[in-house]
Design a protein around this ligand. Structure first.
Ligand SMILES: Nc1nc2c(ncn2[C@@H]2O[C@H](COP(=O)(O)OP(=O)(O)OP(=O)(O)O)[C@@H](O)[C@H]2O)c(=O)[nH]1
Ligand SMILES: [Mg+2]
Ligand SMILES: [Zn+2]
Length: 349
């Protein structure tokens, strides 16, 4: 920047010379990766990583040590070194992970102190909830919505097992939100949501046993993923799927031709559907309370009338009046208050 007080006027040489020196120094530290092949991560299973290259090869890869633990997740775009032929017995090396546009993390312990990324770079988050078996738990849905809002992922609600019980309660609760809701019955494919997947990278999220893998199989028209039953005693799923995996989709008007292979022509142009293991909870640590409130957009007009710095859980909070005349929103308001009060620590609700 030019300063009137400086001893002399700056000229072009000041601009050119200094940056050139730093660039030179930097390129010595950082290897030039520009010619390395790009790839898309489709599976990470106990250290074994599968990637798809731009030319459509499925490659087994390992992470370069300097990338660190848990540095590569499904949905990551990476650069590969070494043997990228995809031939039997070959191993490529992941040397660089592109900055993520977003990611989803889940808690991996009971107190929620530890979180681990499970997927990255997604456009749609399909929050899967069953009408029954397992019993719907709205706490998880609300947490997922907060994360979707925070990470700029479009959320969609998919209500499964509508053949077993009515979806009315769930729909009443979530239809005031600006949220697309789809239903499936008796494990059958829902063609509306199928076309919604076109052009997107979508991830299925939900408790164990809600039917994520069943839905993926219906979409793919093939039993690609193992399906588990729901335990009669606990009413919970059995954590059948143990790792996340991405499948390439054809356009919905060519859905019948979905290939069961993992190899698309180019990963950039493909629609992807990612199945994940059932989550116990999502941590909301690192999410600012104002972002939590932002995810409850159906209350934004009411909350705008609250006093400045309202905790939204105090006598003058505008939500208190609102809930009296809108009793149906009581569950969501309670959920918002729980999330704010818990300082966004996870729970198993
Ligand atoms: N009646 C009925 N059962 C369903 C439906 N969708 C899934 N199921 C059953 O629900 C059970 C669990 O399905 P999965 O697809 O394994 O559930 P998941 O969400 O992948 O579970 P995890 O992999 O453990 O996270 C299976 O017995 C399915 O057959 C449905 O629409 N109706
Ligand atoms: Mg599953
Ligand atoms: Zn308030």
């Amino acid at each position: 920047m030019r300063s009137a007080k400086s001893g002399r006027e700056y000229d072009e040489s000041d601009i050119r010379v200094r940056p050139a020196r730093t660039t030179q120094r930097r390129s010595k530290d950082r290897p030039d990766y520009s010619s390395l092949p790009k790839a898309f991560i489709v599976q990470v299973d106990r250290g074994r990583v599968l990637a798809i290259t731009e030319s459509g090869e499925t490659v087994t890869a390992m992470k370069a040590r300097e990338l660190g633990k848990n540095s590569v997740v499904v949905g990551d775009e990476v650069l590969l070194d070494g043997d990228v032929s995809g031939n039997e017995g070959t191993l490529a090396r992941i040397v660089n992970v592109k900055d993520r546009k977003n990611s989803l993390t889940r808690t991996i312990d009971d107190i929620g102190a530890r979180e681990r990324a499970i997927v990255a770079n997604v456009d749609l988050m399909i929050i899967v909830v069953a009408t029954t078996n397992p019993t719907p738990r709205t706490g998880l849905i609300d947490r997922a919505l907060v994360i979707a809002f925070d990470q700029a992922i479009t959320p969609i609600l998919l209500i499964t097992k509508c053949d077993l019980a009515s979806s009315k309660e769930l729909k009443d609760l979530y239809s005031p939100l600006n949220l697309e809701i789809f239903e499936t019955e008796d494990r059958k494919l829902n063609s509306d949501i199928r076309s919604r997947l076109d052009g997107n990278r979508s991830v299925l999220i939900g408790h164990s046993g809600v039917g994520k893998s069943t839905f993926l199989n219906a979409i793919m028209g093939s039993e690609l993923r193992a399906i588990g039953d729901v335990n009669d005693v606990t009413g919970r799923g059995r954590h059948t799927s143990s790792s996340a995996i991405a499948f390439a989709l054809n356009k919905s008007d060519k859905a019948g031709e979905n290939s069961t292979s993992l190899s698309p022509d180019s990963f950039h142009d493909k629609s992807w559907l990612i199945d994940t293991p059932g989550v116990r909870s999502f941590g909301l640590r690192h999410i600012d309370p104002s972002r939590v409130v932002g995810a409850f957009e159906e209350f934004s007009e009411i909350i705008a009338k609250c006093r400045k710095n309202c905790s939204h859980n105090e006598p003058t909070c505008q939500l208190n009046q609102w809930v009296i005349s809108n009793p149906k929103s009581a569950t969501r308001i309670a959920s918002l208050r729980r999330l704010l009060a818990s300082d966004a620590a996870p729970s198993n609700d």
